[in-house]
Design a protein around this ligand. Structure first.
Ligand SMILES: NC(=O)c1ccc[n+]([C@@H]2O[C@H](COP(=O)([O-])OP(=O)(O)OC[C@H]3O[C@@H](n4cnc5c(N)ncnc54)[C@H](O)[C@@H]3O)[C@@H](O)[C@H]2O)c1
Length: 264
């Protein structure tokens, strides 16, 4: 075990077969690149087939692409069939596809609410279910939740509901799959600079003011989330299951109203 912990980073995931959803988005891309560089075979999946194909091409050997809309049950079955045809056995699933909605509860339509729940929660459920049915023993499931799954923000009702449910479902899956050596964990990013906040919903966000509420003093980079996923996907975390690993620059540590002036 000790030698496995000390193995070089390029071989941390050698022999693993990873499926990443939402793989071409800001965080999904960083995860796909890092896990691939760490030796895994990576199934790059996304609703955007063109981007998935191009990413798999750029990664090269050990990368495959499949178009997957995570909300479609049949799509998950098709990915499983594609893996079987290629002789690949799923060891690791990263449920990363997701979207945000910034809207007060009063202004949220039922369609909007359902759309966010369908993508963030139902898509994750379908992935976990596929893994529970097909994953080899001693596998790993990593669900990308959010700091909003543990610390709600006003104006993100549907998102908060979906992500706290993802974190809860993660714990149930961890309990159910522990005897097979399958770990199930959530990674909860804080504010990471990606296209997720590019929509009109976030257009009036004062990012400078927002950053002042982050104890570390900056937004996170996608690769900082990917590093946490790498740990949870590797054999170094075999005894870690059912956790929310928060990667947020200290947002969830407590209410941050700036630092007191130091006299030292
Ligand atoms: N960026 C942040 O600040 C932040 C913070 C906390 C959590 N997250 C979570 O991280 C994950 C990735 O977010 P991101 O910031 O990279 O966003 P992003 O918008 O850059 O990427 C989202 C990806 O999901 C894909 N996608 C959308 N609908 C899909 C569907 N139905 N099926 C399959 N793929 C679909 C998109 O094509 C895109 O590639 C999401 O689950 C998000 O909630 C992001």
């Amino acid at each position: 075990m000790t030698s496995a912990l000390m193995s070089p980073s390029t071989s941390r995931l050698t022999g693993k077969c990873v499926l990443v959803t939402g793989a071409t988005g800001g965080i999904g891309l960083a995860i796909s690149e890092l896990l691939h560089a760490s030796g895994a075979t990576v199934y790059v999946t996304d609703i955007d087939q063109e981007r998935a194909e191009s990413l798999a091409g750029a990664l090269g050997e050990r990368a495959r692409f499949v178009r997957l809309d995570v909300t479609e049950e049949a799509g998950w079955a098709a990915v499983a069939a594609a893996m079987e045809d290629a002789g690949d056995r799923l060891t690791t699933l990263v449920n990363c596809a997701g979207a945000a909605l910034r809207r007060s509860i009063a202004d949220t339509t039922l369609d909007d609410f359902n759309r966010i729940m369908e993508l963030n929660l139902v898509g994750t459920f379908l992935g976990i279910r596929l893994a529970a049915r097909r994953m080899v023993d001693h596998g790993a499931i990593v669900n990308i939740s959010s700091v909003n799954g543990v610390l709600p923000t006003a104006g993100l009702g549907a998102y908060v509901a979906s992500k706290s449910a993802v974190s809860a479902l993660t714990r149930v899956a961890a309990l159910e799959l522990a005897d097979r050596g399958i770990t199930v964990n959530a990674v909860c990013p804080g504010s990471i600079d990606t296209a997720i906040t590019d929509s009109a919903d976030f257009a009036d966000t004062d990012w400078d003011a927002y950053v002042r509420t982050i104890p570390v003093g900056r937004r996170g980079a996608p690769v900082e989330v990917a590093q946490a996923v790498l740990y949870l996907a590797s054999d170094e975390s075999r005894y870690v299951t059912g956790t929310d690993l928060v990667i947020d620059g200290g947002i969830a540590a407590g209410r941050f109203a700036g630092r007191p002036r130091s006299t030292q």
